[in-house]
Design a protein around this ligand. Structure first.
Ligand SMILES: Nc1ncnc2c1ncn2[C@@H]1O[C@H](COP(=O)(O)OP(=O)(O)OP(=O)(O)O)[C@@H](O)[C@H]1O
Ligand SMILES: [Mg+2]
Length: 378
């Protein structure tokens, strides 16, 4: 075992490592970037700059290429540079092979291509670039509604099981169709019956996928939490399905309540994840610091989980996280980043001059971000 592999013994599940990195990023009329063409080496990149210069916008663009969504939860229109018609985001990803991603978005036209070919099926596209983002909104994983936690689970499954996203889309489609029926003045019972059968069939597959995932994911999160918090408390994650035993039976039993609420009340679209610190709900009893640590631990575990399954660490996009942690927790988080880097990962981290982690040492690329430009600095 070489020394690099030895250190990686801490990373459960990783046997060999493939370096995947974003080698080039090209932006046109994206947020405050009129034009940007920049090459990135593998390794650690620090994006430094004052507020409102465009640091987070870079991370948003990279995440967008990976997931086709903004981690800020906004639609395409908001990302078009003011006064322009559409944005372009493109990049070259180097891993086992090289991939070229191009996306253009305007109110009228949407194009996504991979290696020069238009993308027809999302499942063909989504593995080209994998990222995990750390941002202030992550706190919603702990403090927010169940929806945030379901999205987290779903993203994790979509990033690791090719069939999951289409399955979820079909399930959500049948939930909506069924809800539309329930909202009609007189319900078409025969139609409802057939939607219910579809719902149960798809829903059971989702439940199975989530039920299998959580026990695999939970130990990684527990370990990450322990490391960041220096063993302060024990994290446990429990899957809380809306369906307790039999979806079909419970759906039938909910008919009376459905009549009142006019929507589908049981099923995986109502699932949750319980986050427990020393067996107490983190949302209800955790301190702000504990909640932040927990949110970061979930993301760290997501990265490790992806690395374990795909044999290459995802690109980490870390937005404004250092400022949120006290010195002790910061010193627990940094070794995780250090490790990510040593496993051949690529990391992009935004910081203002005041809070950049000088502890990280010098083996990193610094970039100055000023009003929509990026300049390499040493
Ligand atoms: N659609 C858009 N068109 C043009 N400019 C935009 C658009 N959306 C955001 N901006 C500009 O982008 C800048 C914000 O960029 P960003 O969020 O990346 O800042 P930041 O460097 O991360 O700052 P902070 O340190 O405050 O987080 C602001 O100047 C904002 O006005
Ligand atoms: Mg920012």
């Amino acid at each position: 075992m070489n020394s690099n592999a030895k250190k990686l013994a801490d990373f459960p599940g990783i046997i060999h490592f493939l370096r995947v990195h974003l080698a080039h990023l090209r932006l046109r009329d994206f947020r405050n970037y009129a034009r940007l063409d920049v090459d990135f080496a593998p390794g650690f990149h620090l994006l430094l700059g004052d507020n409102a210069q465009g640091k987070t916008n870079i991370l948003e663009a990279v995440y967008l290429m990976a997931t086709l969504r903004s981690f800020r939860g906004v639609g395409g229109a908001q990302m078009i540079r003011h006064g322009q018609k559409g944005y372009f985001v493109g990049g070259n990803v180097i891993g086992q092979g090289e991939h070229e991603i191009k996306m253009y978005w305007s109110a009228r036209e949407r194009n996504l291509s991979l290696d020069g070919q238009p993308v027809k099926k999302l499942t063909d596209y989504l593995g080209a670039l994998r990222t995990v983002v750390f941002c202030t909104e992550d706190l919603q994983l702990v403090k927010g509604t169940a929806r945030a936690r379901r999205r987290f689970l779903d993203l994790l499954l979509a990033q690791t099981q090719p069939g999951y996203l289409p399955l979820l889309q079909r399930y959500m489609h049948s939930v909506r169709a069924r809800n539309a029926l329930l909202k009609q003045r007189t319900t078409d019972e025969a139609a409802l019956e057939s939607f219910s059968a579809e719902l149960v069939k798809l829903g059971n597959e989702i439940i199975r996928a989530r039920r299998e995932l959580v026990p695999k994911f939970s130990p990684l999160a527990r370990l990450a939490y322990r490391r960041i918090s220096n063993d302060a408390e024990e994290l446990r994650i429990e899957y809380q399905p809306s369906v307790k035993n039999d979806f079909a039976v419970e759906l039938a039993q909910s008919r009376a309540r459905e009549k009142t609420f006019r929507s589908t009340l049981v099923g995986p679209h109502r699932d949750d994840l319980q986050l427990l610190l020393n067996e107490k709900s983190a949302a209800q009893f955790g301190s702000e610091g504990q909640k932040r640590t927990l949110a970061i631990a979930l993301k760290m575990a997501q990265a490790e989980f992806l690395a374990g399954i795909h044999g290459s660490p995802p690109i980490l996009l870390i937005d404004d996280v250092m400022g949120e942690l006290d010195v002790k927790r910061r010193s627990g988080f940094l070794p995780l980043l250090e490790q990510a880097r040593k496993t051949n990962g690529q990391v992009f981290m935004t910081c203002t001059e005041e809070n950049w982690p000088s502890e990280l040492g010098h083996d990193l690329q610094r970039w100055e971000v000023v009003r929509g430009t990026l300049v390499a600095s040493k």
